[in-house]
Design a protein around this ligand. Structure first.
Ligand code: ZN
Length: 281
């Protein structure tokens, strides 16, 4: 683990950033072609979540200082479980056992982590079980799902996870990047339609995700208008846009988002909100 590739470095600095800024999500899906060679990176992520030492005091890549990291490396730490397919499938029972186990109070730490290898091997009933787990996230339980191909994982599961792809450095998708990219398309009107499929596949994958992204965009616009600079995003694009126009975007978001609660056709809703944005810019 000493010579990291570009993409591995990017991954490590990304997880460092989320740990330091305290923005850990409840569920991650890591897409990687070869989960056995990348597994040390996954363990590193787990160690960063569970290690009791301060992030800068513990060299988690080669942590020799702390017992927790050692036990994680040996896959012997009680607050860390790995689920692997039993044959060709991950079975419902395996997940129910995990659920039972994690419902007991931890004797050691505050957080617990489970890793599901080959998430595409979840069958319909085990997928349903894990979905319930992901839909009612407990504060202290973190899920990490691994897959070779995120397109083989159920959409309903994907939409609950932050997706990190290790297949290709230029594809590394992170939440901040997603938002930044979406802002770029949003304020360049036609881009919303030109990149329609890309946005649908990666960013606005479903109603819940759309709500989350638009609310974030609204917050960024209002923050910008209020003079607050957000270093996570490049906001130079806003400088070319009149304040009046930015406020129109905000009102469109505020009018359209509540409609998502109703049982509407999501794609029709998307077309209509896109059309409204294009008319403004
Ligand atoms: Zn440690």
């Amino acid at each position: 683990m000493n010579n990291l590739t570009d993409i591995q470095n990017k991954f490590v600095s990304y997880i460092e950033k989320i740990m330091i800024s305290n923005k850990l999500s409840h569920a991650y899906l890591i897409e990687t072609e070869d989960s056995s060679t990348e597994f040390p990176l996954v363990l590193l992520f787990v160690k960063m979540i569970l290690c009791p030492l301060e992030i800068n005091k513990c060299d988690k890549l080669n942590c020799s200082k702390c017992n927790v990291c050692r036990l994680i490396d040996e896959k012997n730490f009680p607050d860390f479980e790995i689920i692997e397919a039993d044959g060709n499938q991950i079975k419902k029972n395996q997940l129910l056992e995990l659920k039972d186990e994690f419902q007991k109070t931890s004797l050691i730490g505050k957080r617990r982590v489970y890793v599901i290898k080959d998430a595409e091997k979840l069958n319909p009933s085990s997928a349903n079980t894990i979905l319930k787990f992901l839909e009612e996230p407990e504060e202290n339980i973190i899920a990490i799902l691994l897959t070779r191909n995120r397109y083989q994982v159920l959409d309903t599961i994907l939409s609950r996870c932050q997706i990190l792809t290790l297949n290709d450095a230029s594809m590394m998708i992170r939440y901040d990047d997603e938002i930044a990219l979406f802002i770029k398309y949003l304020f360049n009107g036609k881009d919303l339609f030109i990149h329609y499929k890309e946005i649908l596949d990666n960013i606005l994958v479903d109603k819940n995700k759309a709500k989350e992204v638009f609310e974030q965009v609204e917050k960024i616009i209002l923050g910008y208008l209020g003079g607050k600079l957000n270093s996570d995003y490049d906001l130079t694009i806003f400088k070319e846009i009149e304040k009046k126009t930015l406020l129109k975007y905000v009102s469109i978001i505020e009018e359209e988002i509540p409609k998502l609660v109703y049982n509407i056709n999501y794609k029709l809703w998307l077309d209509s909100i896109y059309t409204r944005f294009v008319e403004v810019c």
